[in-house]
Write a protein that binds this ligand. Structure first.
Ligand SMILES: Cc1cc2nc3c(=O)[nH]c(=O)nc-3n(C[C@H](O)[C@H](O)[C@H](O)COP(=O)(O)O)c2cc1C
Length: 260
């Protein structure tokens, strides 16, 4: 029996949270294991270290950014450690592609002492445009995630030796060039309610003046989607180009891909 199934995730607009917790909950049932959650999204909530024991199971969830693990999260791998702890990788992507992200996360977890037993690429509404992957994950995605977790839990409970999955992706991962310094813009509809300040994973929106945003923005859209007045948005040559590409080329519904 596992002592604990631990969902550890980064999820600015919460689609990753939904799927990661669904997988972890379903996985814990056949194991009759306790459930624990570590949400790495907000700076004030990130624990110094997440130490997993051999009889834990880690479900690690992240959004795919530019076909990779988000830069901010890559730094977090150093704070994770396992002892041959079984791990499941869960990547959420916005109906374009997940490219090398799942494999990258699996390799990083292996380096930190985890034995990756499975990986799943799921679809979430694209953070940059609600016209792509609209309202996903939906009921069908949740059912797939639940079945994925339940089956993994059943295999672990039966003591099956789980072979290393052949996860799609390239080694080395596709190279990322640093993008332009684009920050969210704020309209006069802003009431300075502070929601965007509280939701920013980098803590770069000024509390005393939410129009001011420091450098380093991930474009995660937690501020855009969380604003009750729709006062935050992105508008730049680069983001407009990406949004047009997504809305014209990424409309066809993609389905979850599971590797196990
Ligand atoms: C900066 C950035 C880059 C992204 N890159 C990709 C990508 O390469 N492929 C894709 O399909 N979706 C991409 N997305 C969409 C997210 O992966 C997707 O919206 C995800 O569901 C967000 O997870 P969250 O709700 O947990 O924040 C990107 C989103 C952002 C903000």
């Amino acid at each position: 029996m596992s002592s604990s199934v631990r969902a550890v995730f980064f999820s600015p607009t919460r689609t990753t949270k939904t799927i990661t917790e669904t997988v972890a909950n379903a996985l814990s049932a056949p194991l009759e294991a306790a459930r624990a959650t570590v949400d790495l999204t907000l700076p004030g909530q990130r624990p110094a270290d997440v130490v997993c024991e051999a009889d834990d199971v880690l479900v690690f969830g992240f959004p795919v950014y530019a076909g990779r693990v988000p830069v901010l999260l890559r730094e977090q791998f150093a704070h994770l450690s396992g002892q041959d702890t079984p791990a499941v990788v869960v990547g959420l992507y916005g109906n374009r592609d997940f490219d090398d992200a799942l494999l990258e996360a699996a390799d990083q977890l292996a380096e930190r002492g985890f034995t990756v037993i499975a990986a799943g690429a799921f679809i979430g509404e694209h953070s940059l445009t609600a016209r792509v992957g609209t309202n996903r994950p939906d009921d069908a995605d949740i059912a797939t995630a639940r079945e994925f977790g339940r089956e993994l839990g059943a295999r672990l409970a039966a003591g099956e030796a789980l072979a290393a999955p052949a996860i799609k992706g390239n080694r080395p991962c596709k190279e990322l060039k640093p993008g332009p310094d684009v920050r969210p813009l704020t309209t006069d509809d802003c009431t300075s309610c502070g929601i965007c300040v509280a939701r920013c994973p980098l803590g770069i929106i000024h509390e005393d003046d939410p129009f001011l945003v420091d450098a380093g923005c991930l474009h995660c859209c937690a501020c855009v989607k969380g604003c009750p007045e729709n006062a935050k948005h992105f508008s730049s040559e680069s983001t407009d180009m990406v949004i047009t590409m997504l809305e014209t080329k990424c409309q066809e519904r993609r389905e979850a891909e599971l590797f196990w």
